[in-house]
Design a protein around this ligand. Structure first.
Ligand SMILES: Nc1ncnc2c1ncn2[C@@H]1O[C@H](COP(=O)(O)OP(=O)(O)OP(=O)(O)O)[C@@H](O)[C@H]1O
Length: 239
C-alpha cells in the first residue's frame, strides 16, 4: 500500500458484525496518518466506538484487514477474536479514566511503562504529567482528583509510552464543557509532544470543530468526505 511510512493505522474493507444481524461497522476503508487530528462524529449507535475499538486492536474485524504499519496487522480470515491484543504503539483513553486507586498519580503513569518492561522511568512519567499540565498532582491519590484532573492523568498514562496512534472514546462524556475542553487541550498537547495521530470519538460538536478533520459515521459506514460535501452544498470551498 502506498504511503505506509506516514500511516498510523489503515483499514481495508473492514466490517464488524455482532451476533448474526448487528452490523456495527460496514465496509470501512480509511487511513489515519501521523500528525493528523480527527474528530469522529455520528449519532448514538452509528458505530463510532466499534470503529475506534477496531483501530485500537481491542476487537477483531469480521471482514477486512487492519494494519498498523511497522507494528502489527490483523486479517479477518486468520484472526481469533479472543486473541486480538492492542498493538504496542497504540494508546486509548476511555470515558472513565480507571486509575488504580491504591497508586498515586505518578505511580499510575509509571505503571504503563513498567508493564512494557521499562524500569527507572520516573522522569518520563513526570514529563508526561507535565505535558498535560498536572505535574503538581503527582503525589495525589486518584480519590483526591476532580474528574477533569483524573482524565488528564489518564491522558498522561496513554502517552508516556510514546504511541503513534492516540485514540479517545468520548473522553469528555462525563465532564462539564469547560473541563472537557481542557481535556481535549491535553490530548492535543500530548499528540503534538509524541507526534502521534489523534482520533477522538465525540458527541460534542464544539470539540469536533477544534480538530483539523471531521469524519462522520452513519449506520456503520464511515464518511471521510462529508465535510467537503456539506461545504460544496453551501457553495463554499474546503475549510
Ligand atoms: N458488544 C456488542 N454486542 C452487540 N452489539 C453491539 C456491541 N457493541 C456495539 N453493538 C451495536 O453496534 C452498533 C454500534 O454501536 P457503537 O457503540 O459502536 O455506536 P456509537 O456510535 O459508539 O454509539 P454511542 O455514541 O451511543 O456510544 C449499535 O447498534 C450497538 O447496539
Amino acid at each position: 500500500m502506498p504511503g505506509q511510512a506516514g500511516v498510523a493505522v489503515s483499514l481495508v474493507n473492514v466490517s464488524r458484525t455482532y451476533g448474526r444481524a448487528v452490523v456495527a461497522v460496514h465496509g470501512v476503508d480509511c487511513e489515519v496518518r501521523l500528525g493528523t487530528r480527527i474528530a469522529l462524529v455520528g449519532r448514538s449507535g452509528s458505530g463510532k466506538s466499534t470503529l475506534l475499538h477496531l483501530m485500537a486492536g481491542l476487537e477483531a474485524p469480521t471482514t477486512g484487514t487492519i494494519e498498523w504499519p511497522g507494528l502489527a496487522s490483523v486479517h479477518a480470515e486468520d484472526s481469533d477474536p479472543e486473541a486480538v491484543r492492542r498493538p504496542v504503539g497504540v494508546s486509548v483513553v476511555f470515558q472513565a479514566p480507571s486509575l488504580v486507586p491504591a497508586l498515586n498519580v505518578r505511580e499510575n503513569v509509571l505503571l504503563a511503562l513498567l508493564l512494557k518492561g521499562e524500569t527507572d522511568s520516573s522522569h518520563r512519567a513526570m514529563r508526561a504529567l507535565d505535558v498535560v499540565g498536572v505535574a503538581e498532582l503527582a503525589d495525589r491519590l486518584p480519590e483526591e482528583l476532580s474528574g477533569g484532573q483524573a482524565q488528564r492523568v489518564a491522558v498522561a498514562r496513554a502517552i508516556v509510552t510514546g504511541p503513534r496512534l492516540l485514540l479517545a472514546d468520548e473522553p469528555t462524556g462525563r465532564l462539564d464543557v469547560t473541563t472537557g475542553r481542557a481535556v481535549v487541550t491535553a490530548l492535543e498537547a500530548a499528540a503534538r509532544h509524541t507526534g502521534a495521530a489523534l482520533l477522538i470519538a465525540t458527541h460534542d460538536l464544539g470539540i469536533a470543530e477544534r480538530l483539523g478533520t471531521r469524519w462522520m459515521m452513519r449506520d456503520g459506514r464511515l464518511d471521510t468526505a462529508y465535510e467537503d460535501t456539506a461545504h460544496k452544498a453551501l457553495g463554499r470551498g474546503r475549510p
